[in-house]
Write a protein that binds this ligand. Structure first.
Ligand SMILES: Cc1cc2nc3c(=O)[nH]c(=O)nc-3n(C[C@H](O)[C@H](O)[C@H](O)COP(=O)(O)OP(=O)(O)OC[C@H]3O[C@@H](n4cnc5c(N)ncnc54)[C@H](O)[C@@H]3O)c2cc1C
Length: 553
């Protein structure tokens, strides 16, 4: 593989999004320096616990997904209750045959440890603690990914605003170790239970006999006072009865709905909580941050190696800002149901919950959070639309959209040999045997041809774009999973999203578009959805080690 022709990429922040970014860059052979202001990793608390299937798949591409999945608690059913009545339970569809379950629960601190182990084994990552980045100066820099979490100083330096609002209500989080028979593999959501009247409670199973209980509590909630008075014990016992328990971690967490006005400023990309904050109902925070990391890594690699023009970076903003806006819309709708902002919506909620016990049509309107899902880039400047596969909009809860332009390709096993023999790029496991479609897709652009597609024309298109593109036949199993028809070429991006479904003769244009090249008749990559500052190149300057961590905002 070509060696990286630039300075290492700077990743600011070694939270889970910064860790994932560095690991994914290394997978492309891209070195990085990761700077974090904390003196060392402080493995405190469970924080973001729900890891979604497609995120496990991204982590699998850096050798961590299988371990996170194995150590986490697999759950497949989400149950919703109103007071003492169960309203409904739903499970999660998989359009393919992913090796991963829909969700596993593992504490964020353990996930970070596992990612640290991968980083320690990765010579291309230079992780330095106690390094606070204090400014971003104009410089013909290589690339920078800001994964600084909610902290805002560097965003402001870039002229990026973080618009939105913060909710008054707080979350009381207690991780307790106890024995709750029947609760160990299900998420339970309680509306208005008698032990938290007027508010919600969420219970998630975690490894080692631990349960994560989240109570929605008022703005003036005082955890210390409640712990001292014995009220916290009574609160826990109202749920678990008189069985023994131990508190593993407790915290009060305030949630926010905010989105950065720009996610790309020159060669600086913002990812994770640095770019968006959402209420945790739906587990869309960390999961979407990992998708940011993947989107950023393949685009930085392609631009840096000269396989794609600089404009490809603008598509990072276009795609991930749209994903963040979708997450905000979904979580805001949930919050409006959970904490109605006006009497009209309060009456709606009361009516829906009252009817849902007996009326199945009302259940569809009960909003206890729409769980994390990959975003669909159907409207991206990189995507070639297919009029015969129009995007049908946000699918029903728990379902995935049919495979087509912009959508994450379903995973299916492939007969290894015919694919493995194609040229390989990057640093990937070269072992033979069966492979998964997603694994293969993540090695570079992949073009899969159905019967009747012109192979010679497709090969010529792949050569013409001067980027790593492999062309391979699509076998019958995979074709069925994709809903592919004869004579089609499926162009799949390195993050396993479908870029185009076209005839071979249209493939070169579609590949050029997917790489960010301007193509005739296309709108430019720049979007108008955010109040943009003028992009400029910037690189961080660092302060001496601070020796102390800064409290989270
Ligand atoms: C108490 C608590 C409970 C939570 N519960 C949930 C939950 O239930 N569900 C959920 O989805 N999410 C939850 N979250 C949010 C979740 O933890 C975040 O979404 C996740 O950590 C985001 O990862 P990140 O890497 O983007 O940012 P972070 O994890 O915040 O990491 C940012 C890193 O950047 C470093 N940094 C910041 N500024 C600088 C600088 N200038 N220079 C160098 N380094 C810098 C910080 O030290 C930090 O290590 C919770 C968060 C908290 C605090």
């Amino acid at each position: 593989m070509t060696s990286w022709p630039h300075e290492p990429v700077l990743v600011v922040g070694a939270g889970p999004v910064g860790q994932t970014t560095a690991l994914l860059l290394a997978r492309w052979g891209v070195p990085s320096v990761v700077l974090d202001k904390r003196p060392a990793r402080d493995l405190v608390g469970s924080k973001a616990i729900c890891q979604q299937r497609d995120v496990l798949d991204i982590w699998a591409s850096v050798g961590a997904g299988e371990q996170i999945a194995a150590e986490g608690v697999t759950w497949t059913t989400a149950r919703t209750f109103h007071r003492a009545d169960e309203l409904f339970a739903h499970t999660f569809a998989d359009a393919g045959s992913s090796p991963f379950p829909p969700f596993v629960n593992l504490s964020q601190s353990r996930t970070e440890e596992i990612l640290d182990e991968r980083i320690a084994a990765e010579p291309l990552i230079d992780l330095r603690w106690g390094r606070e980045v204090t400014d971003l100066a104009e410089h013909p820099a290589p690339f920078t990914v800001l994964c600084t979490g909610a902290a805002g100083a560097l965003r402001r330096t870039l002229g990026v605003t973080f618009d939105g609002f913060s909710f008054d209500d707080r979350f009381l989080i207690c991780d307790i170790r106890t024995d709750l028979p029947g609760w160990a593999t299900e998420r339970r959501f309680f509306f208005d239970p008698e032990w938290n009247p007027g508010r919600q409670v969420l219970v998630h199973p975690c490894p080692d006999g631990t349960f994560r209980i989240d109570w929605q509590v008022p703005a003036d909630y005082d955890l210390d006072a409640e712990a001292a008075s014995g009220a916290l014990d009574r609160r826990i016992r109202a749920i678990i009865g008189d069985r023994p328990y131990e508190i593993v971690w407790k915290s009060v967490y305030r949630f926010h709905s905010r989105i950065a006005s720009r996610m790309r400023v020159g060669r600086v990309l913002l990812a994770g909580d640095a770019a968006h904050l959402v209420s945790p109902f739906g587990a869309r925070g960390l999961n979407s941050g990992v998708a940011d990391a993947e989107n950023a890594a393949w685009k930085i690699a392609h631009v840096g190696y000269g396989w794609a023009p600089e404009e490809l970076l603008e598509s990072y903003h276009a795609e991930r800002h749209a994903a963040a806006a979708e997450n905000l819309a979904v979580t805001t709708a949930t919050m409006d149901f959970l904490v109605p902002p006006d009497p009209e919506r309060a009456a709606h909620r009361a009516d829906v919950l009252a009817r849902a016990a007996v009326d199945p049509t009302a259940r569809a309107h009960v909003n206890s959070g729409r769980l994390a899902e990959p975003f669909w880039y159907h409207d991206s400047p990189l995507t070639t639309p297919d009029p015969s596969r129009p995007f049908g909009g946000r699918p029903p809860r728990g379902e995935v959209p049919p495979a087509g332009p912009g959508v994450l390709v379903p995973d299916v096993p492939l007969p290894g040999e015919s694919y493995i023999s194609t040229p390989r790029v990057g640093r990937f496991d070269a072992a033979g045997g069966p492979v998964r479609l997603r694994e293969l897709a993540r090695e570079g652009f992949l073009v899969l041809l159905t019967e009747g597609a012109d192979r010679a024309v497709a090969d010529a298109a792949a050569r013409a774009v001067a980027a790593p593109v492999r062309v391979a036949p699509l076998d019958a199993t995979a074709a069925a999973a994709l809903g592919a028809r004869p004579g089609e070429a499926w162009a799949i991006r390195p993050d396993a999203h479908v870029a185009a479904v076209v005839r071979s003769t249209e493939l070169e244009t579609a590949l050029r578009r997917a790489l960010g090249h301007p193509t005739e008749g296309d709108r430019p990559c720049r979007t108008t959805t955010a109040s943009a500052t003028s992009p400029r190149s910037a690189t961080p300057s660092t302060a001496a080690p601070t020796g102390a961590s800064t409290p989270r905002s």
